[in-house]
Design a protein around this ligand. Structure first.
Ligand SMILES: NC(=O)c1ccc[n+]([C@@H]2O[C@H](COP(=O)([O-])OP(=O)(O)OC[C@H]3O[C@@H](n4cnc5c(N)ncnc54)[C@H](OP(=O)(O)O)[C@@H]3O)[C@@H](O)[C@H]2O)c1
Length: 407
């Protein structure tokens, strides 16, 4: 059975838009054709016929022949105008814009109900990794415990580069030179990009819709060669991990640099590659790995969404409608390694429990359990670097605690 044939209007002909054009030309998929591209700069040279391009958004948005608007631009405010107008004009939407989605998810879900038009966005979280539709469909009836992952390729590249002894600044410069990091890398290195993606995953994994600012996060800018050295000594690696999980009816989430053991699948996720671990009560632990950015890998996810629209697929947000008694908690405590170069005043006062301290003229650290709000204050105001302890280390501390309590 073949689906319907769709006419597309595409916004953007940059990395992903031009990738989609080429992917559609090379693939066997015959269910859609691009009628028009809308771009910002009419004078740029394009690898597609001139007649396909316009700078007039309404030529696409008001064209009754266009069934689907594919939004692939690099400006989330303009994208919001395009996407909402497209839905209101009776068009389905495909987008890869995680910032737009994370900041307006509640409203975009309501707008789909109101207009009856779907919006699909597989490329918006971990690009080529098919995680959103899997969370929505495949894991629909599993009792998910946790979804965690390396969701940002630029920071993963930078962390890999610091492992060889380099500084954060040198690693960032290299990432920019090689095209793995934006000229303004703030959203990536401060953890916001990973948080936007985690916001989307939370909705499909647990039916929780939050503002990205509700999810606590720590970025990678303070990761020092000393922290990397400690990771090496422990045969672990530092990765920026976004994680959401459920304990009974409570759902938690955060993004934080994390020590990852060799046994953890995320340990071997290198450079701009992403990895996602899903843990369900029935399926148990599963691991997805793939390119988290790039022209063709992201276009592959966009193409898959376009194909899904030919058979009228839409997200039903089943868990959002079903799991109404789940509660999102964002001030939990975690086990963490906090380090800096001030040997005299370790911030012990901020911890609920301390298990290790170390002081030397160059580098000092404290390890223990701390409330996330305290941790974020320390890393923002106190110049301290924070890395969550590996799950192996945490179970060891918890086992020790239980033994002490039992005695
Ligand atoms: N790049 C990736 O690997 C990747 C991965 C996952 C998700 N994404 C997401 O995909 C989207 C596109 O990213 P990209 O890397 O392809 O961006 P990009 O290479 O910077 O290209 C952006 C495109 O948008 C066009 N544009 C900007 N403002 C516009 C407007 N108001 N109206 C019409 N066109 C406009 C630009 O036009 P001109 O060509 O005329 O300048 C350009 O063609 C973003 O939301 C990004 O977060 C990207």
């Amino acid at each position: 059975m073949s689906g319907k044939s769709l006419t597309l209007g595409v916004f953007g002909f940059g990395c992903v838009g031009s990738g989609l054009y080429e992917t559609l030309r090379q693939s066997n998929f015959k269910g859609a054709n691009i009628k028009r591209f809308c771009i910002a700069n009419p004078d740029k040279e394009r690898s597609a016929p001139n007649a396909l391009f316009t700078t007039e958004a309404d030529e696409l948005l008001n064209d009754p022949e266009i069934d689907v608007i594919v939004e692939l631009i690099d400006n989330s405010e303009a994208a919001y105008q395009i996407v909402t107008k497209a839905l209101r004009n009776g068009k389905a939407v495909v987008t890869a814009n995680k910032k737009l989605l994370a900041e307006h998810l509640q409203e975009l879900i309501a707008l789909q109900d109101e207009t009856g038009q779907p919006i699909l966005y597989e490329g918006a979280a971990a690009a080529s990794i098919p995680i959103i539709r899997n969370l929505e469909e495949y894991y629909d009836n599993d009792l998910l415990r946790e979804v965690s992952g390396i969701l940002n390729g630029s920071t993963n590249f930078i962390l890999s580069a610091i492992e060889d002894g380099g500084t954060f600044d040198a690693a960032l410069e290299l990432a920019q030179k090689l095209g793995f990091a934006e000229s303004d890398p703030t959203l990536d290195v401060d953890g916001w990009d990973a948080k936007f993606k985690l916001t989307i995953l939370l909705a499909h994994a647990f039916g929780i819709v939050v503002e990205p600012s509700d999810i606590p996060h720590v970025g990678i800018t303070r990761i020092s060669p000393q922290v990397q050295r400690i990771a090496n000594e422990r045969r672990e690696r530092v990765k920026l991990v976004g994680k959401c999980w459920r304990e009974d009816k409570k759902v938690f989430a955060h993004v934080i640099p994390t020590f990852v053991t060799q046994e953890d699948e995320l340990n071997q996720v290198e450079n701009e590659v992403n990895g996602v671990v899903v843990e369900g009560a029935f399926s148990q632990r599963q691991f997805f790995r793939g390119k988290g950015a790039g022209s063709f890998p992201t276009a592959a996810a966009v193409l898959s969404d376009i194909s899904a629209l030919t058979y009228d697929y839409r997200y039903e947000y089943k868990k959002l409608n079903r799991e109404k008694d789940f509660e999102f908690v964002n001030d939990h405590s975690i086990w963490v390694h906090v380090s800096g170069n001030n040997r005299d005043v370790l911030p012990l006062y901020a911890f609920e429990e301390v298990v290790n301290t170390f002081r030397s003229p160059e580098h000092s650290y404290v390890e223990g359990r701390i409330g996330l709000r305290n941790l974020i204050n320390l890393s923002k105001e106190g110049n301290w670097s924070a890395v969550a302890l590996s799950s192996a280390a945490v179970s060891q501390f918890e086992k020790q605690n239980n033994l002490e309590l039992a005695n």
